[in-house]
Each structure stands twice: as structure tokens, then as C-alpha cells.
Design a protein around this ligand. Structure first.
Ligand code: ADP
Ligand code: ASP
Ligand code: MG
Length: 405
């Protein structure tokens, strides 16, 4: 088989761990498989680099930021290849560019456009283990880009799709995908399998065990993904196509996200074209808006519009909205960074009623106020005060009896 194995930050956190990864890859090769290894930067390294940039400059240029951040993964890819060579294997480390990962030019969150894998394919044929620096690509103009936080997952899945690999294994610091973040809910249960759709919702709602875009990619190209621990040999969670069994479970998982901020534009005139203008301007700055709430105006003249954006884009979105505020004839703009989104996800919701009511009652019974709600066919999300996040996740985990499956 051709297997892509991705090792996250904690799995390559130090030399000991890198040697352990090399042993694991070596074992897979000895079982007769061809392996492409994708590595993240050492745990904490990307944050360290971001902090360095901010020490030099309050608002670093995104192009240079990408060049800086890509270095973390280069370090681990070279060290991992060296560790494999020490074990007697033929191994070659490749940067994103050498792997032929071509992206668009949206720095810090670039999208993969294509992968020209000629060099990797040749190396595999020649018996090399290919070790790829995750999280990075190159534009047509040869500028280095990065794929958004957690982007090494995407590198792995995209390479698996491009090479038509039999399996993509995501090695991390937990045993698989759980019913809730096991670091917050100790009773959370590991799932044996989960559908692409549910995983996509969980990831986009904050379960960082897989990067959202990597799941989108896996779903689109039908890449079988297994999430498992690099610290043991437990079987992990298979992310795959939905089956009949999965529909019986109403709620499969709970996600939370503290990385959002809420912007409210107060007393904006209630007339056609206002929301269009506001959200067009924000979209043109490549900021992703998540929840939107527009109150119905009581006097027919002015209303409040609230929306959420990633915290990292909050200042940019605030600046844009403040500029528009005068133009739109609104009163003022407010920013609240102390919010969190808690969500329940499950394909079974399509066929069960009363799930939303149950969620709202559970939160209400614990005095947790809901600021905004959004739903899709298979998820319900509530925006709450960030200080209640852990409580809300635990309460919902209990309410939907996820610890008992
Ligand atoms: P890596 O560095 O290996 O990419 P991440 O830190 O990105 O690892 O993702 C793993 C973490 O995801 C876990 O340590 C866990 O705290 C968190 N997590 C959040 N939600 C879930 C969930 N539903 N199942 C498993 N892990 C989760
Ligand atoms: N090192 C990058 C990050 O911390 C990418 C990754 O780990 O997947 O976001
Ligand atoms: Mg990750």
C-alpha cells in the first residue's frame, strides 16, 4: 500500500519524539508499504515564530510572515529524514515547493490549486521515504505561502489524493476523534468511525483535531483518513462515508470554539443594500464571517447587525466596519472578544425532532445565556459568554448522554 502519515506538533516536539516517529515509519516500511511522511513544526514553534514577528513589527506583512512560518516545518522534515537515514533507510526531505504544492496567493491561508508530484513519485519509485514539510506551498510567482493554522493536515490529505494513496493516517496526541475535546471532557468517548460530513462540521466548529479544509479535501476526493495517536498503537478513528448505522445516533459530538469575536454595528438604517455593502466589503478583505444576526427594528428605521469573525481577523474587520459605519449612517461599532461558540453535531438530527429545544433547555438550566443561534441540517450552534465554555460543553455532553455510548 501507499500510505501518507502525518505527524503533528506534539509528535515531533523534540529529538526523542522525532526518533520515535522514524521508528514508526520504519516499521510501516518493513511491513512492505511505501510511505510519504508529512510533518508539522515542533509543538509551539509556529506560535513562537508569530510572537517573534510581532516583536519586530505590530502588523507584519503576510508574505514575509509565510516565509518565516514555513521554516518550522522545514526543520522537522530535515531532522525526520536524517533520523530515517540513521535507521538505514533511503529518505529525502522536501519543502512544499519541492513537493510541487502550488497554491493561490492568499498569504497565511492559501488554498492548494494543484500538486505537481513528479519528484516525489520518482523518489518513491526509487525506494525513498519521502518526508514533506507540511503547512506550506508556493504560488505561481514562487512566493512561499502557508495553508492556515493546522495546515499540515491539509498537506497530508492533499498529497494522499494527488498520489492516489490507499490511506492517510493523521498521528496526533489523542487516540482519535472523541465525542468532545478529551482535554475538556474526561468522559468523552473515542469514536471508531465518523462520517466526513460530521467531521467537517466538528472541525469547522472548533474541534482542531483535524483542520477543516483537510476534511473538505478528504470528502471531495474520497480519501480514507484515520486519526490516531503517535504515542501508542491503538486503532484510532476512521473518517469515511456515511452509513446507515451512523444515522441512529442523534448527536455524535460537541465542539467549541473560543477563537471567534463578535462585532455589532449599532443602529444601522433598516433599508435594502446595507447588509450587502457591509458583507461584500468584509469578504473582499478575505475575512470569513460565520454567524450573522440582524434584529428586526422596532421603529422600522434602525436595527443592530451582529456577526462573528475569527479573532485573528477581528481588528481588520473592526477597522473596515468602523469606516463603513459613517458611510452607512450607523451609530457605532462594538467589538466583543469574550465569546465562544458551542455546537452539537450529528447526522441523526435530520430524522429526529426536539434536539434544539433540548440543547437550549440544558444551557438555560445552567444559567447560560444564548447570544445567537445558527443551524444546519446536522448541527446547532449557540454563541455564549466565553467564561461558560467548558461548563456548556460538559452539560451538553451529559444531556445527550455521549459518555454512555
Ligand atoms: P496536532 O499538533 O497533532 O495537529 P492538534 O493540537 O492540532 O494536534 O489536535 C489535537 C487536539 O485536538 C487534541 O489534543 C484535543 O485537545 C483537540 N480536540 C478538540 N476536539 C477534539 C475531539 N472531538 N476529538 C479529539 N481531539 C479533539
Ligand atoms: N505548524 C502549523 C501550526 O501550528 C501547522 C500544523 O501544525 O499543522 O498551525
Ligand atoms: Mg493540528
Amino acid at each position: 500500500m501507499l500510505i501518507v502519515q502525518k505527524y503533528g506538533g506534539t509528535s515531533v516536539a523534540n529529538i526523542e519524539r522525532i526518533k520515535a516517529v522514524a521508528e514508526r515509519v520504519s516499521k510501516t516500511v518493513k511491513e512492505g508499504h511505501k510511505v510519504v511522511v508529512v510533518v508539522s513544526a515542533m509543538a509551539g514553534e509556529t506560535d513562537k515564530l508569530i510572537n517573534l514577528a510581532h516583536e519586530v513589527c505590530p502588523n507584519p506583512a503576510e508574505r514575509e510572515m509565510d516565509l518565516l512560518l514555513s521554516s518550522g516545518e522545514r526543520v522537522t522534515s530535515a531532522l525526520t529524514a536524517m533520523a530515517l537515514q540513521t535507521l538505514g533507510h533511503k529518505a529525502i526531505a522536501l519543502t512544499g515547493r519541492q513537493m510541487g504544492i502550488i497554491t493561490d496567493a492568499v498569504h497565511t491561508k492559501a488554498k492548494i490549486e494543484k500538486i505537481i508530484a513528479t519528484r516525489a513519485v520518482k523518489a518513491l519509485e526509487q525506494g525513498y521515504i519521502v518526508v514533506v514539510a507540511g503547512f506550506q506551498g508556493i504560488t505561481e510567482d514562487e512566493d512561499v505561502t502557508t495553508l492556515g493554522r493546522g495546515g499540515s493536515d491539509l498537506t497530508a490529505v492533499a498529497i494522499a489524493a494527488a498520489l492516489n494513496a490507499d490511506l492517510c493516517e493523521i498521528y496526533t496526541d489523542v487516540d482519535g476523534v472523541f465525542t468532545a475535546d478529551p482535554n475538556i471532557v474526561p468522559e468523552a468517548k473515542k469514536l471508531d468511525k465518523i462520517s466526513y460530513e460530521e467531521m467537517l462540521e466538528l472541525a469547522s466548529l472548533g474541534a482542531k483535531v483535524l483542520q477543516t479544509r483537510s476534511v473538505e479535501f478528504a470528502m471531495k476526493y474520497n480519501v480514507p483518513v484515520i486519526v490516531r495517536s503517535s504515542f501508542n498503537y491503538n486503532p484510532g478513528t476512521l473518517v469515511t462515508k456515511e452509513d446507515k448505522e451512523m444515522e441512529k445516533v442523534v448527536v455524535s459530538g460537541i465542539a467549541h470554539d473560543k477563537n471567534q469575536a463578535k462585532i455589532t454595528i449599532v443602529k444601522v438604517p433598516d433599508k435594502p443594500g446595507i447588509a450587502a455593502k457591509l458583507f461584500r466589503t468584509i469578504a473582499d478583505s478575505n475575512i470569513i464571517v460565520d454567524m450573522i444576526v440582524q434584529n428586526i427594528s422596532s421603529d422600522g428605521k434602525a436595527t443592530d447587525i451582529s456577526f462573528t469573525v475569527p479573532k485573528t481577523d477581528a481588528k481588520k474587520a473592526l477597522d473596515i466596519t468602523e469606516k463603513l459605519c459613517k458611510e452607512l449612517g450607523a451609530e457605532k461599532v462594538l467589538l466583543n472578544e469574550g465569546i465562544a461558540k458551542v455546537s452539537i453535531v450529528g447526522v441523526g438530527m435530520r430524522t429526529h425532532s426536539g434536539v434544539a429545544a433540548q440543547m437550549f433547555e440544558a444551557l438555560a438550566n445552567h444559567g447560560i445565556n444564548i447570544m445567537a443561534i445558527s443551524t444546519s441540517e446536522i448541527k446547532i450552534s449557540c454563541l455564549i459568554d466565553a467564561k461558560y465554555t467548558e461548563l456548556a460543553v460538559r452539560v451538553l455532553h451529559d444531556t445527550f448522554k455521549l459518555g454512555e455510548q
